[in-house]
Design a protein around this ligand. Structure first.
Ligand code: CMP
Ligand code: CMP
Length: 234
């Protein structure tokens, strides 16, 4: 990779141009802008990139013109990866992960408002885990760092309503359901146990990726969370 620096306000990528490199952010912030109506001159801001994030991979993955414009908000240090290196090292792994989770992520109701591109970023962030029947996936009272999507199997949520009381079942989970959002959104300890009822496979997404990728779904997540208040002990 090659280090590149950009001054504030510099255009790093121009929508519509050909592209042969992707960038990883070491320091600084950049805005991603896109013309949402073809032919219009009006740019809509889609997101901000911070250290640790990458952009400019679409032109390399699909041999297509740049799909958005990226402008440095502050002075930036970026690492540039060229098409050949990308093709040899990264492309197959990234693409096969996106293909693997595409159908599953399309089946998840909470992700229904996302476009194809946003779901592919969720696929990039997934780490898969399996739990044997009867295993505790989340323990009430623990700190929480991951969000979960159930890929296979069934799980249940149980909750003890007062300290020391026997946990009661409060929810059942089937494939395409999610859990573990509450501790991340509220910065509170886990509010329930989640236990594998059968052998299960889950997709986990860490806190940072969850906030960045699913943060825009906040209204839906908050609305769904209000259901929990039907159970005592909130
Ligand atoms: P690329 O098309 O090579 O150059 C512009 C980059 O903007 C693109 O790759 C993605 O990395 C990034 N981008 C972020 N959000 C979007 C989006 N919604 N549509 C297209 N590109 C996006
Ligand atoms: P979290 O608190 O992060 O970890 C436990 C998860 O159980 C919680 O997020 C919710 O996703 C889920 N859950 C299911 N039912 C309840 C409930 N009644 N109260 C709180 N959390 C619940």
């Amino acid at each position: 990779m090659e280090e590149k620096t950009f001054a504030a306000d510099a255009t790093v990528i121009q929508e519509g141009e050909a592209g042969s490199v992707l960038y990883v952010v070491e320091s600084g912030e950049l805005d991603c802008l896109k013309r949402l109506t073809p032919g219009s001159q009006e740019n809509t801001k889609l997101r901000t990139y911070e250290p640790g994030w990458a952009f400019g991979e679409l032109a390399l993955l699909y041999n297509a013109p740049r799909a958005a414009t990226i402008i440095a908000k502050t002075p930036c240090t970026l690492w540039q990866l060229d098409r050949n290196t990308f093709n040899h090292i990264v492309k197959d792994a990234a693409q096969s992960k996106r293909d693997k989770y595409e159908n599953f992520l399309e089946s998840v109701p909470i992700l229904q408002t996302m476009d194809h591109y946003e779901r592919s970023k969720v696929a990039d962030a997934i780490k898969e885990q399996t739990y044997a029947a009867g295993t505790t996936i989340i323990t009430q009272g623990d700190g929480g760092n991951d969000f979960y999507l159930l890929i296979e199997g069934q799980a249940v949520a149980t909750k003890s309503m007062q300290a020391g009381s026997e946990p009661q079942q409060v929810k059942e989970y089937n494939p395409s359901d999610y859990f573990g959002e509450r501790a991340l959104l509220k910065s509170e300890p886990r509010a329930a146990n989640v236990i594998a009822k059968t052998d299960v496979k889950v997709a986990t997404i860490d806190r940072d990726s969850f906030m960045r990728l699913l943060g825009p779904l906040d209204t839906i997540l908050q609305r769904n969370m209000s259901e929990y208040q039907n159970h005592a002990g909130q």
